[in-house]
Design a protein around this ligand. Structure first.
Ligand code: IMP
Ligand code: MG
Length: 176
């Protein structure tokens, strides 16, 4: 285990079986093509695993937004890279690594609705309900966690640790 990680919350095996479960649910809920929009960069490993378990025609697209500096949410959402697809009339499934305050996803949900998406649903690997500031309806959730700062499986601290194959709690001395 990486020395800067205090403890492992979810192993690679646990995450993979959760992706199978979520993929099966999603496959049952839709009957037409969906546009899967991954939020860069944290959602990439999760989305890669998830889409393999979706048994439907899909299109993949990505968006990059920023609202964070270090481990503190600034509350503002800025679009760094937009999707390439026209979302009008599409069933959009936003894939995210973690929902913290909910600022990012409430903004993106509204944005896709304004652009005329037929439906907008969210699939997030993790959620920290105790930190929520904005109400967001998350249809598909991997795991609920306490208010820890976590890294791995796509999630970073100042761009590090995204490549860890598990999700772990960052040791306090790393960000203190
Ligand atoms: P929100 O807008 O506050 O919900 O923030 C969501 C984004 O913040 C996520 O997409 C992550 O990039 C980042 N984030 C929130 N909590 C954590 C964490 O514990 N570890 C790593 N990134 C996090
Ligand atoms: Mg993110």
């Amino acid at each position: 285990m990486n020395k800067e990680v205090e403890s492992i919350l979810f192993s690679e095996e646990e995450i993979e079986s959760k992706c199978l479960e979520l993929g099966q649910k999603i496959s049952k809920d839709y009957d037409e093509e969906i546009l899967v929009v991954g939020i860069l960069k944290g959602a990439v490993p999760f989305m890669a695993e998830l889409v393999k378990r979706i048994e439907l025609p899909i299109k993949m697209d990505f968006m990059d937004v920023s609202s964070y500096e270090g481990s503190v949410s600034t509350g503002k959402v800025k679009i760094l890279k937009d999707v390439e697809n026209d979302v009008r009339g599409k069933d959009v499934l936003i894939v995210e690594d973690i929902i913290d305050t909910g600022n990012t996803l409430s903004y993106l949900t509204e944005l896709f609705k304004l652009r005329g998406a037929k439906s907008v649903c969210i699939c997030s690997l993790l959620t920290k309900p105790s930190r929520r500031e904005k109400d967001v309806n998350v249809k598909y959730i991997g795991f609920e966690i306490e208010d820890y700062f976590v890294v791995g499986y796509g999630m970073d601290y100042n761009e590090r640790f995204r490549n860890l194959p598990y999700i772990g709690v960052l040791a306090e001395e790393v960000y203190k």
